[in-house]
Design a protein around this ligand. Structure first.
Ligand code: ADP
Ligand code: ZN
Length: 432
């Protein structure tokens, strides 16, 4: 097992709690003094900084929402003078108006550390060559992992996303051993390699670190098989830091939250109260060591589960499950909750590739759900009876897992748009 910062990554629960308490108390005070929105929120809910003595008191603090960040756009949540800010990033705006975040040099150092922990946890060392095919730019993915890879001493290849032919050339010529990109782009690279007759199993490529969008265990299995690598998960969000908030270890059984810098809570989205370990709820994060953009109790809208059970890797940081999606992504079809990830599971379990799109519409008063998915290349046919048999078979499988009927349309391989960043899986015409 490899670690980047062994001591903190394996600290006892008491040690972690003590660090969290100390940093939370300091952050609350700093935020209260420097960010008008927080001061007002705290005053409105009748808490003052002195009420927060340890992490036990965290539930006394008000939540922060994405809307708060939009309302204070661009710099209203910054807690340091502009002269201290050395980097700005913005969320990719998947769900509406973008928000902007800032970093001091110290924030960037911490970010590099947590991404270095993530890379070390998947077995990367300074002997590795890391191809960073996450987008560079305002999106945090590229530069975030970049900082960690360089910090760990890996040969860092800042290729950014896109230009798939060049990605494959670099992968071969440079002897890339670790790939970093979104899972959907990872799948696309695998598919393109196959088309070009490149056998990635024969390349030095041995691991990938994939995140920035939801992906299922079935997708992991496909990526591992088609690229001949181990595929690891990494989680993060712009508002809290970027990639590296939580990272998977070699056990591939949940992501360790970097608890010395972030406090995770799982709440019932209706009541705002904590739910116990093992129970699903909305993930809430506080960033307790950031200087430029500290944030308390941010409601991520991601749905997840945490466990404090011991991990075989020896790390003691709490683990969060792969988030199954955002509450925003959850579709309500004729009253039934449907997550795109459930559709993905059914497709991949039945021999389809993760090239699909979910179309939602309304006919009269009735919601309609349609899943367009490509034929698996080896099962491609133009025989109408066979097509309709396959469509029906898949529709039945979807119905039994989702609990709601879906129409299936099989389409020609290669016709669903491939993604170089975050895949757009859902078109909800009800909202257009
Ligand atoms: P945007 O909110 O505009 O998409 P971000 O790039 O900050 O901008 O996206 C962060 C979000 O991406 C998270 O809140 C989560 O929904 C999703 N995400 C990031 N990493 C993962 C992951 N490993 N698994 C599932 N979802 C993820
Ligand atoms: Zn572990």
């Amino acid at each position: 097992m490899k670690y980047y910062q062994y001591e903190i990554e394996t600290a006892s629960r008491d040690e972690i709690s003590a660090i969290q308490s100390e940093r939370l108390v300091k952050t609350v005070r700093r935020i209260y003094d420097n960010v008008p929105l927080y001061r007002k929120r705290m005053e409105d809910s009748g808490v003052c900084p002195d009420d927060i003595k340890s992490i036990e008191d965290i539930e006394k603090l008000p939540f922060t929402s994405k809307q708060d960040l939009r309302d204070t756009y661009p710099f209203g949540m910054f807690a340091v003078p502009q002269s201290e800010v050395v980097r700005l990033h913005a969320s990719s705006g998947t769900t509406g108006k973008q928000i902007v975040v800032g970093y001091t040099q110290n924030d960037l150092d911490i970010w590099a550390d947590i991404c270095a922990r993530a890379l070390a946890a998947i077995g990367a060392t300074k002997e590795d060559r890391v191809q960073i095919a996450y987008g560079y730019g305002l999106f945090t993915g590229g530069l975030g992992i970049h900082g960690g890879s360089q910090r760990l001493g890996c040969a860092t290849i800042p290729i950014s996303s896109g230009n798939t032919a060049r990605q494959l050339t670099v992968m071969q010529d440079f002897g890339v051993s670790v790939l970093a990109c979104t899972p959907s782009y990872g799948m696309y690279l695998a598919e393109s390699a196959k088309k070009e007759g490149i056998d990635t199993n024969k390349l030095p490529l041995r691991a990938g670190i994939f995140g920035a969008e939801p992906w299922t265990e079935e997708m992991r299995a496909q990526i591992e098989k088609s690229l001949g690598i181990k595929a690891y998960d990494i989680y993060g969000l712009t508002e809290i830091m970027g990639p590296g908030v939580a990272y998977e270890c070699e056990c591939q059984n949940g992501m360790h939250v970097n608890e010395d810098h972030f406090i995770i809570e799982i709440i019932d989205p209706e009541t705002g109260k904590h739910v116990p370990d093992g129970e699903k709820g909305e993930i809430v994060f506080s960033a307790i060591s950031k200087e430029a953009f500290p944030i308390l109790r941010f409601r991520t809208k991601d749905i997840g589960v945490i466990t404090h059970e011991k991990c075989a890797c020896g790390r003691t940081f709490v683990r969060m499950s792969k988030p199954m999606g955002r509450t925003d992504d959850m579709l309500i079809i004729r009253g039934v909750n449907v997550f795109p990830s459930q559709v993905e599971t059914v497709l991949l379990q039945n021999g389809y590739q993760p090239n699909y799109q979910i179309l939602v519409d309304r006919e009269g008063l009735l919601d309609t759900l349609e899943v367009a998915v490509e034929f698996p290349p080896e099962r491609f046919t133009d025989k109408v009876s066979e097509i309709s048999r396959m469509e029906k078979e898949l529709a039945n499988k979807l119905k039994s897992l989702l609990g709601v009927a879906a129409k299936v349309s099989l389409v020609t391989p290669g016709t669903i748009e491939r993604s170089e960043g975050k895949a757009k899986r859902v078109v909800d015409k009800r909202k257009l």
